[in-house]
Design a protein. Structure first.
Length: 123
């Protein structure tokens, strides 16, 4: 059973985008904490909300819902959500559920963002 903790740290990337790093588990027990963190981030139309998933060990359906709600909030602010550092397992889950058609996700090492050579998150 995965450790049910979720650590969240926010920083600004080189392009000025807010990068929220998730460490641990995003599930029914930690979803509200993630939602509050996303709601506290000031979103700007000129830069996406980058979610660094490279240290996320588990995500359930409630976690996926929270990712979609973050996407909705970003769209309301005329911006987007970019998932980076997506594991093969999470990429496969995004594909199976169709969430990969809504969210932009990149597998592999966390780089500078789109166009950094990362490949799309596909199983």
């Amino acid at each position: 059973m995965p450790d049910r903790a979720l650590a969240l740290t926010a920083d600004h990337g080189p392009s000025g985008a807010v990068v929220l790093r998730l460490t641990g588990v995003l599930d029914h027990l930690t979803a509200a904490r993630f939602r509050r963190a996303v709601e506290e981030i000031p979103l700007r139309a000129e830069s996406p909300l980058v979610l660094d998933m490279s240290r996320l060990s588990f995500c359930d359906s409630v976690g996926l819902t929270e990712l979609l709600l973050a996407h909705r909030r970003a769209r309301t602010a005329s911006t987007s959500v970019l998932l980076v550092g997506v594991s093969r397992e999470l990429g496969h889950l995004l594909e199976l559920t169709g969430v990969d058609r809504v969210l932009t996700a990149e597998e592999g090492p966390v780089g500078g963002g789109p166009g950094d050579g990362s490949r799309p998150a596909r199983g």
